[in-house]
Ligand binder design. Structure first.
Ligand SMILES: Cc1cc2nc3c(=O)[nH]c(=O)nc-3n(C[C@H](O)[C@H](O)[C@H](O)COP(=O)(O)OP(=O)(O)OC[C@H]3O[C@@H](n4cnc5c(N)ncnc54)[C@H](O)[C@@H]3O)c2cc1C
Ligand code: SF4
Ligand code: SF4
Ligand code: SF4
Length: 395
């Protein structure tokens, strides 16, 4: 049965829980708010299925992950679609979804429910796909997604799965064989905070503004793609819009203080099990200058023929510029190696476990940009806007 020595050996995919034939595994939250499997040993029949579907054990044994960036002949593209304003990067995901739905298929992605809990859900219409757009910086609950996907595939229905690289690896390990009708797409990922941290942060906002939070957008592009904002819509209609550099939840995430232990030494960031990987192409000015206008640009890594043909099918609906793989990967922590655990993480988590009120300590653990660096960033933004207007006038 499933066993691991350190919390960093479990990415929390819940694949073992989903596969156990006698239901003796349940995912249980630890003090940091991350879920880990707990086995009722006296019910275990020793079938070892939980070990076979564990993506961490599988990748160590090289049983999955053949689409390794280091080994596979992969292509890379800079890309953008007409739907990018509602998406985090270049809006590639909605077009992939539309293509699979047109084939009569089903799409799985992460969306908030009405209590702002993030879960993976199913979509068969574009209306249902819309809430899946946008990166949500919290670990999603996969619920029974993997069993549902297997049923659809066995019934010869196409499926598009989108998730973090560990979830996409977990799906491959769970299915245990290649399905021609499965399109497995992951996003670059430098880590996830726990659902409990988000819940308590939203409670602190609700307390401060005397109204609950109804919606969260972690990647509002109203001030541009690079200088994205976090927008909280309150139940009383008020909108709280903060720069990513002024929001404590985002600072904890971007400064790697609040990530799941497995995210610091994640093998899936480099060794993908998916057909395509979608990312933010932050070095777009170098990789594909035509897309460098701050509306959002995606990097796409192609790992398989199936991924390539899915992209070909929606090529008409997006701008695709082939770029070297190295350019798509460079400067992107979500496609890189290990991340050092910040010195303050342990102390932050200790306070998080002990104290209910986040506001009383959270600021001690994040670095805020100085007034001078904010002014310089603002001046650079203004200069870039003027330059881009002049450039358009010249053309
Ligand atoms: C936790 C997290 C960390 C990320 N870190 C990086 C990074 O370091 N570098 C980088 O280049 N890109 C990162 N991304 C990916 C990037 O932000 C975009 O999600 C990706 O480029 C897709 O862009 P899009 O415009 O095509 O998709 P959109 O239309 O915005 O769709 C978003 C897609 O992401 C999925 N998704 C959203 N939130 C989650 C979640 N919590 N768990 C699983 N799936 C989710 C949705 O199902 C959907 O398929 C991260 C995304 C997440 C969720
Ligand atoms: S060995 Fe089989 S029965 Fe035991 S926990 Fe794992 S999946 Fe469940
Ligand atoms: S990584 Fe997934 S399958 Fe492996 S132990 Fe953790 S929850 Fe179970
Ligand atoms: S960094 Fe790795 S382990 Fe953490 S959520 Fe992303 S893919 Fe999963």
């Amino acid at each position: 049965m499933i066993q691991f020595e350190n919390p960093s050996d479990c990415c929390g995919c819940a694949s073992c829980e989903a596969v156990c034939p006698v239901g003796c595994i349940v995912m249980v939250k630890d003090g940091e708010g991350f879920s880990y499997p707990k086995v009722t040993t006296d019910k275990c029949i020793g079938c070892h299925r939980c070990e076979k579907v564990c993506p961490v054990l599988s990748i160590r044994k090289q049983e999955i992950g053949t689409a390794s960036l280091e080994n596979a002949p992969s292509k890379a593209y800079a890309a953008r679609s007409g739907q990018c304003s509602g998406s985090s990067s270049g809006g590639i995901f909605p077009h992939l979804a539309e293509t699979v739905i047109r084939k009569g298929g089903v799409v799985y992605g992460a969306a908030f429910n009405s209590d702002l809990r993030l879960w993976h859900c199913e979509a068969t219409t574009m209306e249902q796909v819309m809430p899946m757009r946008g990166s949500k910086y919290v670990q999603s609950d996969l619920l029974d997604t993997f069993n549902e996907i297997r049923s659809h595939l066995e019934a010869s229905r196409p499926v598009l799965f989108t998730g973090t690289p560990c979830q996409s690896a977990a799906l491959e390990a769970f299915l245990g064989k290649d399905y021609e009708l499965l399109y497995n797409v992951d996003c670059a990922c430098h880590g996830v905070p726990s659902p409990e941290l988000l819940e308590r942060y939203l409670q602190s906002i609700a307390k401060k503004y005397s109204s609950g939070v109804k919606e969260v957008d972690f990647r509002d592009k109203s001030h541009g793609w690079r200088h994205y904002r976090v927008v909280y819509t309150l139940e009383n209609g008020r909108i709280i819009s903060r720069s990513k550099d002024d929001d404590d939840y985002m600072l904890l995430f971007l400064q790697n203080v609040s990530l799941r232990p497995s995210c610091y030494c994640c093998p899936f960031r480099k060794k993908h099990c998916s057909d395509l990987t979608l990312s933010d192409l932050w070095n777009v000015s170098k990789a594909s200058p035509a897309l460098d206008d701050d509306w959002g640009a995606s990097g796409i890594l192609v790992h398989s023929e199936k991924g390539k043909s899915l992209l070909e099918e929606c090529r008409q609906e997006m701008f695709l510029d082939e770029i070297p793989v190295g350019l798509a990967v460079e400067q992107n922590g979500g496609l890189g190696g290990d991340i050092p655990v910040p010195a303050q993480r342990e102390a932050f988590m200790k306070e998080f476990i002990l104290k209910r009120d986040l506001d009383s300590f959270v600021r001690n653990y994040v670095r805020r940009p100085s007034a001078l660096s904010k002014t310089i960033a603002w001046m650079k933004r203004c200069a870039a806007k003027v330059y881009s207007k002049m450039d358009r006038n010249v053309k």
